[in-house]
Design a protein around this ligand. Structure first.
Ligand SMILES: *Cc1c(COP(=O)(O)O)cnc(C)c1O
Length: 352
């Protein structure tokens, strides 16, 4: 049959999310989900939910959630937009700032959804290779980025786990003639962040998600902070009711339980430190991680074999064989203590 799709869509391979296998007794360390449950206050919201409320549309702008976040960051409601996950915000951002006339620039490897969204817009996506094995920025990044209308950095980066230097990024934001999006999906596990750039620079958006650090990947909730004019522009192109009632309430409840949140983040960081120690002792190369996952290369650099052996033992991690720079590595989500134990036992058996 003749295709009625736009040529950009026909040419698109589509984003491939990490698998969500249904097998029992699986150790699932492949999509950076939180190993701990969300705050008990989230359970409270769900238990007290009155289905009658669901007759009504939700608040189109998620104002209560925006106000809680505004207080938390010392910004205004007008500095915030809420998304149905940060992926929803990324869709809005690409629709707003990328087109055949308006190119996008990203470092690579990074979050593999960015080039897919650029392709949907028919926008050129200029990929600037990070330096192999350290995954740091090449010195001429800014010069090569010039002329693009949109530049995205995941900071900390995925799948590598490390962060580009904060002061370098501040200079970049000041000098780049286009929008800079700083995707801070993992910032709660990091030593620093760039949230202050969102109000310091009119051309910067900083994005966060509830999916990783708040253990709420299943409700789809994220937000972006930026200049009120930029936020207003994005509001024009979002779905009218992009965040459902339940998600809005759950977000407010999760944010109210700061103590629980900080304790769970510390636990993930403690487990991360243990994995770094033990995998390094086995001869793995471990990229310094600011996230809830590790990007590691086994002693023989045969990541494909390591991935397959783990899988045969029901331990699922993520492997990105597509690019030469990522092929010797696997990405391992920090799990619960017993899951990490199992990973280490199996790994020890393979490489001892
Ligand atoms: C997980 C992730 C996202 C997506 O977050 P959602 O809120 O679940 O859509 C965005 N960016 C990066 C870098 C991520 O790792």
């Amino acid at each position: 049959m003749k295709s009625y799709f736009r040529k950009e869509i026909d040419a698109l391979a589509g984003y491939v999310p990490g698998e969500q296998p249904k097998m029992a007794d699986l150790i699932k360390l492949n999509t950076n989900e939180n190993p701990f449950p969300p705050s008990p206050r989230v359970r409270g919201i769900l238990q007290n939910l009155d289905p009658e409320e669901l007759r009504r549309y939700p608040d189109p702008n998620s104002d209560e959630l925006r106000d809680v976040l505004a207080t938390m960051y010392g910004v205004k409601r007008a500095n915030l937009i809420i998304g149905n996950g940060s992926d929803d915000l990324l869709t809005m951002i690409f629709r707003a700032f990328a087109s055949p006339e308006l190119p996008v620039v990203i470092p690579t490897p990074t979050y593999s959804l960015y080039p897919v969204l650029a392709a949907m817009q028919g926008a050129e996506c200029r990929r600037i290779e990070l330096i192999p094995d350290t995954f740091t920025l090449p010195g001429d990044f800014a010069a090569r980025a010039a002329g693009a209308n949109l530049c995205l950095f995941a900071r900390p980066n995925a799948p590598t786990g490390n962060s580009i230097p904060r002061e370098w990024l501040r200079n970049f934001c000041a000098g780049f003639d286009g929008m800079v999006v700083i995707d801070e999906a993992y910032a709660d596990f990091a030593d620093d962040n760039c949230m202050d750039f969102a109000t310091e620079f009119p051309n910067v958006l900083v994005m966060r998600t509830f999916s990783k650090s708040y253990a709420l990947a299943g409700i789809r909730l994220g937000y972006a902070v930026g200049d009120p004019l930029v936020i207003e522009g994005l509001m024009k192109l979002k779905d009218s009711y992009n965040v459902d009632r339940i998600a809005q309430k759950i977000g407010v409840a999760a944010l109210s339980d700061r103590e629980y949140f900080l304790e769970r983040c510390s636990e993930v960081k403690r487990e991360r430190a243990r994995l770094v120690r033990e995998l390094s002792a086995l001869g793995f190369t471990v990229i310094p991680s600011q996230t809830n996952f590790l990007f590691v290369s086994p002693p023989d650099r045969d990541a494909a074999a390591y991935f397959a052996k783990l899988r045969s033992e029901a331990v699922i991690v993520r492997y990105f064989p597509g690019e030469a720079s990522t092929a010797p590595f696997v990405r391992i989500t920090v799990g619960a203590p017993h899951e990490n134990e199992r990973l280490l036992t199996v790994t020890g058996r393979i490489y001892s």
